[in-house]
Design a protein around this ligand. Structure first.
Ligand SMILES: [Zn+2]
Length: 274
């Protein structure tokens, strides 16, 4: 496939020019205010749609294998916690109240949990059982994972990958005259966004927002600290995959400690309200 150099350059420029600075969430009490750069070709709706599709595939596979919500007690527990956390998202973004939230539990020995873009939550029984998680600790993990979705960290990573690819394509176009790589770029970008771990910035934001979500839902935010202590004991130098590039436990614990004076009063208020 060949087309003129000028056309390729135009495409690249169009792509780069279409980067925009956005605020995905309001700051909340913990004050996450960083502006994010998104490629406007990649809308929130598109990302959510991709995530919903992949989540549906996961659900269907787990269902066929008898691993979907087969642990009835764990499923009831995780869903009850989600029911208290989800209404709190309005503090950060009101539109998330009307997302199609889904909460499921997969029977698997892995230490894993996630919230895919658009509010698709999954907990593995492995993390609940092996770490003997309390409700407060489950809320800490869930709040953290929900925060990644609220901040659209997935879309931000895809945007970064997209912009990088654009740059690479530009280089390639002018050096070798090869354009074929434009094909399949979306595939590459989504593969990168899914396989690449979150950055430290993303992790810190998710920690902070997660603390506020769980405190407002009436879950003790200090559980986040006992949780990370359990994690580091359980992992012994081999952290669970979904946490593999999370900041070092000590850095993370220090950061969360510094937010306690902000979130503990929210927790007290929520508890008094019952
Ligand atoms: Zn994370």
């Amino acid at each position: 496939m060949k087309f003129k150099r000028s056309v390729a350059a135009l495409l690249v420029l169009a792509g780069l020019a279409a980067c925009q600075q956005v605020r995905t969430t309001d700051g909340g009490a913990i004050g996450v205010e960083r502006k994010q750069t998104m490629v406007s070709l990649l809308s929130n709706e598109q990302v959510n749609q991709m995530a919903a599709q992949s989540y549906a595939d996961t659900i269907s596979k787990a269902g066929k294998e008898g691993r979907l919500n087969s642990d009835v007690k764990a499923t009831r527990r995780v869903r009850a916690i989600a029911d208290r956390l989800i209404p709190q998202v309005a503090v950060f973004r009101r539109d998330a109240l009307s997302w199609q939230w889904e909460v499921n539990v997969e029977t698997s020995p892995e230490l894993n949990a996630y919230c895919a873009p658009g509010g698709k939550i999954m907990f593995y029984t492995g993390i609940i059982e092996k770490l003997k998680l309390s409700d407060d600790e489950i809320a800490a993990i869930m709040g953290h994972e929900m925060a990644h979705a609220l901040r659209e960290h997935g879309r931000e990573r895809m945007s970064e990958a997209y912009a990088k690819q654009m740059g690479l394509q530009l280089l390639s176009a002018f050096t070798k005259g090869k354009y074929d790589q434009y094909m399949g770029m979306a595939d590459q970008v989504s593969a990168i966004a899914i396989s690449l771990p979150h950055s430290r910035t993303h992790e810190s934001e998710a920690d902070a927002i997660g603390l506020e979500l769980s405190a407002r839902a009436g879950y003790d935010p200090r559980a986040a600290i006992s949780l990370w202590n359990k994690m580091s004991e359980a992992s012994e130098g081999q952290p669970p995959q979904f946490l593999s590039t999370h900041p070092s436990n000590q850095t993370r614990i220090n950061n969360m400690q510094s937010l306690m004076p902000t979130v503990l009063p929210l927790y007290e208020t929520a508890r008094k309200k019952g």
